[in-house]
Design a protein around this ligand. Structure first.
Ligand code: ANZ
Ligand code: ZN
Length: 818
């Protein structure tokens, strides 16, 4: 009967928990318990759960279950991020509809989540590909559109030639498609954008609210991604052009050192000002540049290229004529798409000057060797030279002075720029939310009225979904051709779908009122539950999902729909599960299957292994851990609970029990509580193991299984173990004579009287005579003990000023020589 059989426990309790439904959040307004909102980044339904899910949900569940034990009203919902390219690509491969593949995988994952015993409130389950979810994407799109925050424009966009769709800047990683790894190219297309740049300042400034709750690394990545840069706009006359051209510079102090001028090769300005003789050269050059990604263009490694445009610009401070070039290292969509080049103090300008034999003029004396000779630019601090009225000033003084001078003359002013670009949201793919816009030849872009939402996806079963560069929706002519909602004339639906990051930017709000039909969410419910107390997920979302969600919340805040300005107060990035020191991959053949691990060792042992492996932020190398050892420990813990349960009945007063064991139990409660609060879950598990050993010893060679302190230890163990090993904890709890569920048994409270440490007596001598005795902890340090001894009144009577010498033999002796 005392054999620990994980699979039998899983079969038994899975069914019972379905009936008990212990983890439903309580909506009752009369429930005044403190609320906590715990959220794990929702799963993408590609196949069954993998080891990474096993880790993140095990960690998230420790936190959620701890909160349940603390009797908070906990919201811990589950859902699926079920729109997106992988479903569509899988469907094309299998000749199936994306919905079939998606919903079949969701079912598989749902069953796996249940078996994995994650403490979800299943009644709030959502799938972003459901009509009653994505209709609210459309509703929100309409609100953004009304506010000018959703707009359509032409421009060069990132294009994945394999997936045949555009990508947001955030989805291009080192020049490659984030999904498939193909080299991304640039294409001229008219697309929908969200105006996230309007929120750049707030996205940056509000980060101070996250400084204590978010990993510094994520904050830094967001800061760099938003990339606020301060400097000045400066106007240069271009000979032969009426209007001056503005450049953005972070170094207006170097204005006297500008020796040439560069326009982005792909900017319209280059074509406009190019001299007739250089037109052909420019056209050829532009064709080359179109093939490059921004990353390649900005790389300092890349050999500089460019074309002289045959015209000159005039430096506004000294009237000097400088040649105008077109080059790829200047981007058309940053600043003003044109720069003043200062080769002495900017490395890319210097590389360009060296390549094309342009002059180098030092204007800041930095004490370093002449860049014109070394080929190394000197961007650092120094004193201004060769700069007329700026000579002798420091860099920052010169920046302030010249900015003021430019402003007075009306040829420039202080300026701020952001690296952040607007969020390109249209996708030329099928499996996503249709953009609710109708294009009318007379009325232009007309949003589908709210009461006609959702615009549902046409079925397209059996249609060719292969990416062709135009959305497959365009082929559904019955669906595409509609009447204009404004004038009733013939019009066409927009055939693009939304980036799936739209879906994930607000799903956590929908969980607060999942069936709500009057809006994306019930404002009152979100006020109650939001913002999220703890979010947990992978660090790959540092700038995508986490930035977009922050943007959405700010817009919703401005619309008066949410009261907070940040969605996630605390963020935990779990490490990765790797194997043999490397990320798991098919090609390496080092993949570990979560389902197989569970079959072999049981859910409890797998979860415990994930938690015990190390701090939650660290990677877990599966080759270094032992689910078999976890299973052995759980068997030991199970026997302690079962033996205690068989030998005594619940409700006995533990005060009569073995004092030594009671002290261990209460010290464990005290420490584990602190460890959980500080997210040191692995150490908390180590403490549970120690408690198990102490209880075992008390049973075998102490007062025996029937002692009330053994029961107290076993009950404590069951409650604590419920956070990491829910099945064995539940079974142990039942064996101890309690009703399920142990998950809500209540967190134990340490009795302070039992926390008092052992003490030893320390003798304090003055001039060889015993003058005091102190009760101190055995682990006291020499410094602490010395301070204690010198502070004793009894000792001080025999001292006249500072002693000559103090000899400390901690913890038992202090000898003072007066
Ligand atoms: C002159 C200069 C002198 C500059 C110097 C730097 C050092 P961040 O910090 O990223 O904002 N720049 C401006 N617009 C650009 C564009 N569209 N594409 C590529 N480069 C551009 O960098 C701003 C600096 O990058 C600007 O300051 C400009 O070069 C360049 F000693 O102007 B600087
Ligand atoms: Zn119309």
């Amino acid at each position: 009967e005392l054999v620990y059989d994980p699979q039998a426990l899983q079969a038994k309790w899975l069914r019972r928990w379905e009936e008990l439904n212990p983890f439903a959040a309580v909506e009752d307004a009369a429930d005044t318990r403190p609320r906590r909102y715990m959220l794990d980044m929702f799963a993408y339904p590609s196949g069954d759960l993998h080891m990474g899910h096993g880790e993140v949900f095990a960690i998230g569940d420790v936190i959620a279950r701890y909160w349940f034990q603390k009797d908070y009203n906990v919201l811990h919902p589950v859902g699926w991020d079920s729109f997106g390219l992988p479903a569509e690509n899988a469907a094309i491969k299998r000749d199936a509809h994306p919905a079939e593949w998606t919903y079949a995988n969701i079912e598989t994952q749902a069953n796996s989540f249940k078996r994995y015993a994650v403490s979800f409130d299943w009644s709030r389950r959502l799938h972003t590909s459901d009509e009653d979810y994505y209709r609210w994407n459309q509703w929100l799109f309409n609100r953004f559109f009304e506010r000018g925050l959703a707009y359509r424009r032409g421009g060069l966009v990132n294009w994945c030639p394999t997936d045949q769709t555009v990508l947001a800047n955030e989805q291009v990683v080192a020049g490659k498609c984030e999904r498939c790894g193909s080299d991304v190219v640039r294409r001229e297309l008219t697309q929908w954008y969200f105006k996230i740049t309007d929120y750049a300042d707030r996205l940056l400034d509000d980060m101070k609210l996250l400084e204590h709750g978010w990993p510094e690394r994520v904050l830094t990545m967001q800061r760099n991604w938003i990339g606020r840069s301060t400097g000045a706009d400066v106007q240069f006359e271009i000979e032969g052009r009426d209007e001056p051209v503005t450049v953005y510079t972070t170094r207006p102090d170097t204005l006297y050192g500008a020796t040439f001028f560069v326009v982005a090769a792909d900017a319209p300005l280059a074509e406009e000002i190019v001299a007739p003789g250089q037109r052909e050269a420019l056209a050829a050059y532009r064709a080359e540049v179109a093939k490059l990604s921004d990353i390649e263009r900005l790389s300092t490694e890349k050999e500089k290229t460019g074309v002289f445009l045959g015209v000159h610009a005039v430096n506004p401070v000294n009237g000097e004529r400088i040649p105008v070039w077109a080059a790829d290292y200047v981007l058309s969509d940053y600043g003003h798409g044109a720069i003043m080049a200062v080769p002495a103090h900017d490395q890319r300008d210097l590389d360009f000057a060296v390549k094309f034999g342009l002059p180098v003029k030092v204007v800041v004396h930095t004490g370093l060797a002449d860049p014109g000779e070394t080929g190394i630019a000197t961007p650092g601090e120094g004193t201004l030279v060769n700069s007329g009225p700026l000579d002798g000033l420091s860099k920052s003084e010169a920046i302030a002075r010249i900015t003021q001078v430019l402003a007075e003359r009306g040829t420039g002013h202080a300026a701020v720029n952001f690296r952040l670009r607007d969020w390109l949201l249209s996708r030329q793919r099928f499996w996503g939310t249709p953009i609710p816009i109708i294009h009318c030849p007379d009325c232009g872009e007309v949003p589908v009225p709210d009461d006609q939402l959702p615009v549902t996806l046409p079925d397209l079963r059996g249609a060719d979904l292969k990416p062709k560069g135009v959305s497959p929706l365009a082929a559904a002519t019955d669906w595409v051709n509609v009447e204009c909602p404004k004038c009733g004339g013939a019009a066409r639906r927009d055939t693009d779908t939304m980036d799936t990051f739209v879906d994930s930017s607000w799903y956590f709000l929908r969980y607060c009122s999942p069936g709500y039909e009057d809006g994306p969410f019930d404002v009152a419910q979100v006020r109650k539950w939001g913002p999220i107390d703890q979010y947990i997920g992978g660090q790959e979302h540092a700038v995508l999902h986490l930035l977009y969600s922050r943007f959405f919340i700010k817009v919703l805040h401005d619309m008066g729909m949410v009261t907070f300005t940040e969605p996630f107060m605390r963020l935990l990035n779990q490490g990765q599960v790797i194997n043999q020191g490397k990320a798991m991959s098919k090609s390496l053949g080092n993949g570990v299957d979560l389902g197989k691990q569970i079959d072999d060792f049981g859910v409890d042992a797998v979860r415990l292994t994930m938690i015990f492996a190390g701090p939650p932020e660290d990677d877990i190398d599966w080759a270094d851990v032992s689910p078999a050892a976890s299973q052995k420990f759980l068997a030991r813990a199970f026997r302690v609970m079962a033996e205690a349960g068989a030998a005594s009945a619940p409700g006995a007063d533990p005060a009569s029990g073995d004092l030594e064991l009671r002290k261990v139990t209460h010290r464990t409660i005290d420490e584990v509580t602190k460890l959980l609060e500080s997210y040191r879950f692995n150490v908390a598990v180590a403490r549970m193991m120690e408690l198990t050993s102490a209880a075992r010893k008390a049973i075998d060679s102490g007062p025996g299984a029937g002692d009330t302190a053994v029961r107290e230890a076993a009950e404590t163990l069951a409650v604590m173990l419920s956070l990491v090993a829910p099945y064995v904890a539940e079974e142990g709890w039942e064996k101890l004579g309690h009703e399920p569920s142990v998950a809500k048994a209540g967190w134990p409270v340490a009795d302070p009287a039992l926390l008092v440490q052992e003490s030893v007596t320390c003798v304090v001598q003055v001039a060889g005579k015993v003058r005091d005795r102190l009760e101190v902890s055995p682990g006291i340090s020499a410094a602490e003990l010395e301070a204690l001894a010198l502070g004793s009144e009894k000792v001080r009577q025999y001292l006249d000023g500072a002693p000559r010498k103090v000899i400390v033999r901690e913890p038992k002796l202090v000898n003072i020589v007066p």
